[in-house]
Structure formats: C-alpha cells, structure tokens
Design a protein around this ligand. Structure first.
Ligand code: NAD
Length: 291
C-alpha cells in the first residue's frame, strides 16, 4: 500500500518503522528535518519536499502529531492534494470536535478521516503492542484495519467519528488517577524507609498492579524521567478531557486535581519529562515534613 506517515516523534518514529518492515511503500514527513533524515537512515522509505508532494499519490495518510493545532495545519496543507478515496488515519490525541469536523470535511471531498488515538506508550509503539481505539466510517475502517496490525495488538472501532477520541479521554481519566496514586504509594513507602524493590515486587502481584506500575515505577523510584509521554502532552490530554466533561456535564474531581498537580510538575522543570515525574512533587512535599 502507498502510505504517507506524518509525525516521526516518540510514537510515530516506531509506528512508521513497523510499516516500513511490512514492505509498504512509505513516504515520511516531519517538520523536524533531523527526525526525517535519521529515520530514513534506519529504514526503507522516502521523504518529500512538501506536505502536498508527500500525500499526492497516497492511498493512506497516517498522522501522529502533538495536538489539534498541528493536525489542522497539516490537514490544511494536504487536503487539496489528497487523491479521491484516500483514507486518513490520525493517531494523535486531539479533541473529539476536530475529529468530527475533519471526518465531515473529508467525506464532502470523497475522502475519509478516521480518529484512531493509541494507548500503550512509547514502549508499546516500539514493540508493536499498542491499543488503538477508532471513530470511523465502517466501510473505510474495514479497508485499513489490517494495516494497523503492524504496530497494535488491540484494535477496535468504537463508533462513528469522534468515538476514538472520547475513548482515549476515558483512558486518560483512568490513568491520571492511577499515576497520582502510584506517586503517593511509592513516596509513602520511601518516607517510611521500606525496601522499594521488595514493595514493588509484591504490589505488582497484588491488587494495585497496573500498566503504570509495571512501566513507570522503576523510573519513578530512580528519578529518571527523560523518556516517554511528556508532562506537556499529558496536560494537553487532560485539558481536552476537562473541556469535554464540561460539555457533557460530568464531574471529574480526581482528574481535575491531577490536572492542577501537573501544572506544578511543569513549573518544577518537568514539562518535557515523562509525566510520571509527578512523583517529584509528592517527594518534595513529603521530604519537607517531619513526623
Ligand atoms: P512528539 O512531540 O514526540 O511527536 C510529534 C511529532 O510531530 C514531532 O516529531 C514533531 O516535529 C512533529 N510535528 C509537529 N508539528 C508538525 C507539522 N506541522 N508538520 C509535520 N510534523 C509536525 O509526540 P509523541 O509523544 O510522539 O505523541 C504524538 C501523539 O501521540 C500526541 O498526540 C500524543 O498525545 C499521543 N500519544 C503519545 C504517547 C506517548 O507515550 N508519547 C502515548 C499515547 C498517545
């Protein structure tokens, strides 16, 4: 299949790599030209001088971009050059509103836009074990679903356009609370002088186990945060959640709190760190208190 992949960041780099290994004809693009040249040095594929050139012959366009603004920008650059019938899959986490708008605009032009945000982190992207939740026209979805098996182990069309992003928001609501709970649990064990490795080994087999615990406890304990899903992107996701919650009149007290806590974490210098740096805020508070 002729595929154009736009956005070779922490996630897109690996996803595009899996597609290249599946022998698709791949064109890649990123506003960061170093990302493009290093990706091309490691994989089979080509780039293009402009967004228009990159998408012109594509049967499938895939994007993995930071947020609504970048997606809208790339769409505006590409839309007039899309071939009739071209399907666009967006793996970025965005508002449900932009997903619905682009799906409507695409359908008036003889194209399809699918919102297909992902979960599973950079490790899931690297190992090809992501979970994909999609909002899509059913016919278009059937044509491209199998392509996504290159980097996902769970792929579900949840409903019409926008449903993928709403599902991702549900995921982020759950993970926000779990992240702060993990920070509190580890900081509590640390302050009480427990052997954190032993604590972790037992908790991973107990009722508090989670993806966050499996994949983030060690960096949290070691204080190593230069990887993964940035605090900035998590704050973006939670802002989308809180907007949608206001619209649908849903009370999300814990998510609201974690949204606030992450603004402290960014101000502490962790805006580009993985958002599990949330524990540093907890540590700072805990360290300053004497029992
Ligand atoms: P990232 O910032 O590492 O990557 C985004 C890439 O898009 C960058 O390489 C950037 O240069 C490129 N880009 C930005 N604007 C562009 C434009 N106008 N034209 C071309 N390229 C442009 O982000 P990421 O961590 O890879 O995340 C990508 C998306 O996936 C985000 O929406 C994020 O919320 C979501 N996500 C990330 C993770 C994670 O663990 N990192 C997990 C699940 C979902």
């Amino acid at each position: 299949m002729k595929i154009t992949f736009i956005g070779l960041g922490r996630m897109g780099w690996h996803m595009a790599g899996h597609l290249a290994r599946q022998k698709h004809t791949l064109t890649v693009l990123d506003s960061n030209l170093t990302a493009v040249s290093t990706w091309l040095a490691a994989h089979q594929g080509q780039s293009a001088p402009s967004t228009q050139d990159a998408v012109r012959d594509a049967e499938l366009v895939i994007t993995s971009l930071p947020a609504d603004a970048a997606l809208q920008l790339v769409w505006n650059e590409a839309a007039d050059s899309l071939a009739l019938g071209c399907i666009w899959i967006d793996h970025s986490t965005t508002s449900a509103e932009i997903a619905r708008q682009l799906a409507t605009t695409a359908s008036t032009r003889g194209n399809f836009f699918i919102d297909a945000p992902v979960s599973g982190g950079t490790i899931g992207a690297e190992k090809g074990t992501l979970a994909i939740m999609a909002g899509a026209d059913e016919t278009a979805w059937k044509k491209v679903e199998s392509v996504l098996q290159a980097y996902a182990q769970q792929i579900s069309r949840i409903g019409p356009p926008g449903a993928g992003q709403l599902t991702k928001m549900s995921n982020q609501i759950c993970v926000a609370g779990i992240g702060q709970a993990l920070a509190e649990g580890l900081a509590f064990a640390e302050k009480n002088g427990l052997d954190l490795e032993k604590v972790l080994a037992v908790m991973l087999k107990g009722s508090s186990t989670s993806w966050m615990m499996e994949n983030r406890s060690i960096p949290m304990i070691k204080g190593e945060f230069d990887f993964g899903f940035s605090t900035t992107l998590m704050r973006k996701d939670l802002a989308l959640v809180m907007d949608e919650a206001r619209r649908s009149d849903v009370s999300l007290p814990v998510t609201g709190l974690v949204t606030q806590l992450l603004s402290d974490v960014a101000a502490m210098g962790h805006a580009q760190s993985d958002w599990c740096s949330l524990i540093q805020r907890q540590r700072r508070l805990t360290a300053s208190r004497k029992p």
